[in-house]
Design a protein around this ligand. Structure first.
Ligand SMILES: [Zn+2]
Length: 224
């Protein structure tokens, strides 16, 4: 049985299976699939259905639509292949600790920036990706709190190690959490448990409670 309670939506899984998801979101999805056999099977089924639709059409000349779909499927490679013989980093280092690095990022270590400190006991390492949204590793040390905030766009959080909680739930490795402007939350860790996440943000966070609203000018810090 899986202990993962939060998964991508069906729509997102379908976009991933057809190769229509943007590259940053695809990285988040690939990393989730590494944890989640449930979603892996669903994507495999979707890919099989797409392939079958193509098969049915082979008796007829391919339409432009089908050609485009075929190209997309051929271009879609969920497991990026090694292009060079450079050693592949399979872990991420932070303060003498090593965390398993999602496979999808193992060949892209050079695009993971240095760790920087954020307010609280929180650290961030930026991941360069194509597109407008911002990907970061976020490390919350034991007993840390991020002030309550909402999201001006969408935030996807994938727990990689440890756990954190907010007003709604406790999140564990593999959980794929989607927050929008409708959600207000204050993530925190227990006194004896740290947490490493990979996050994808559409827009800066907006802090909503008390003194933390003073952080808003700095919320860009979370969005680089
Ligand atoms: Zn899943």
């Amino acid at each position: 049985m899986t202990s993962i309670h939060f998964h991508p939506t069906n729509e997102t899984l379908a976009l991933y299976a057809s190769g229509d998801l943007d590259s940053a979101s695809s990285i988040m999805m690939s990393a989730h699939l590494e944890f989640c056999s449930h979603c892996r099977h669903r994507v495999a089924d979707m890919e099989e259905n797409l392939a079958r639709e193509l098969d049915l059409s082979t008796a007829e000349p391919l339409s432009n639509d089908m050609n485009a779909m075929l190209e997309k499927i051929l271009a879609h490679s969920p497991e990026p292949q090694l292009e060079t013989n450079e050693p592949t980093a399979t872990y991420l280092e932070l303060d003498n600790r090593r965390f398993h690095l999602p496979r999808v990022l193992q060949n892209h270590q050079d695009q993971i920036g240095p760790w920087t400190r954020l307010p609280g006991k929180i650290k961030r390492a930026h991941v360069s990706t194509a597109g407008q949204s911002k990907m970061n590793f976020i490390y919350m040390d034991c007993d840390s709190v991020l002030p309550q905030h909402t999201h001006q766009g969408q935030e996807i959080t994938l727990v990689l190690a440890g756990e954190f909680m907010d007003e709604q739930a406790t999140y564990r490795p593999g959980d794929f959490i989607i927050q929008t402007s409708e959600h207000k939350h204050s993530p925190k860790t227990r006194a004896d448990q740290d947490c490493l996440c990979l996050t994808l943000l559409d827009a800066p966070l907006h802090f909503t409670s008390g003194l933390a609203t003073l952080l808003n000018p700095f919320s860009q810090l979370f969005f680089r």
